[in-house]
Design a protein around this ligand. Sequence first.
Ligand code: BTN
Length: 323
Amino acid sequence: MSKISLLGFLEERAGQYVSGEEISRELNVSRTAVWKQVRKLEAEGYRIEAVPRLGYRLTAKPSRLTLQELLPKLRTTSFGRRLTLLDVTDSTQNELRKLAEQGAPEGTLVIAEQQTNGRGRMGRSWVSPAGKGIWMSLLLRPPVPLPLAPQLTLLAAVALSRAIAQQLPMLEIGIKWPNDLLVGGKKISGILLESAAEDERLSYVVVGLGISANLDVEDYPEGLMDKAISLKIASGATVDRSELIAAVLEQFEQLYKLYLEQGFAPIRTLWEARSVTLGKQTELYTPQGTVVGLPRGLDDMGGLRVELPDGSTRTVYSAEVGS
Ligand code: BTN
């Protein structure tokens, strides 16, 4: 008997006692085998109550991510099907880059419970405490030219926002250009794309996804909570991280297929519909200087079209977005 089948059985009957006799009959194993597997699950952090004459009851799941729990939830073809789950690493970006260089296939995923040197955009660090968030990197090998890489950043933001909206429908999620997800004006996740190219074509892209799922107030360094919030604090409930990971991978794979089949146009429409940047006076700090104006939409490449006070339009491809 695998642990997965016992776990699945207990989860199916959540809140109820199931007798050892029934489990051994349904799963076709001895009662000693059931007991041994219960002990193993407990060692992994599951809490299983055993009451004489009533049987077993699952009362708590580990706060750690486990493959036993995650794998049965995956609904994807390739995304997350090669999966490395680490307790701690400096950055999942580094781990996945190594695998990419060794020829790992598209869809390979690295997840870590904790990052000691998580990276954010613009050279910033990313707070990644143990067991609290979703810190993961996904490998893509898109057959597109290097200048189109920003489109994947926008695609990732749409995928994340759809997955979170599906899991936590009470939250209103907006995308701030290019790919920050906000709830009530505060950042709940971040996306970092790092790519390698050969002859102007992308050989691979490492998509880093950081979701502040279950961080508590004390997990944030001073001052950061003015700008950031976790899904748990925003929604008032602990987030099931493995459900959310499965939803993100499903949305991501679906949108990526759509992108490969139909190009950027449908992604652009979805992004624009969720944007909180469009139509609002915005300051953009570009490497060439500050641009102030009204963002009107995306261009074909994924750049932000900004209407300037003199009525002309300027497209911005890389910038820090102010207020
Ligand atoms: C941002 O600055 O908004 C992007 C943050 C990206 C964080 C994720 S967490 C998983 C992956 N590993 C990293 O070191 N960074 C990304």
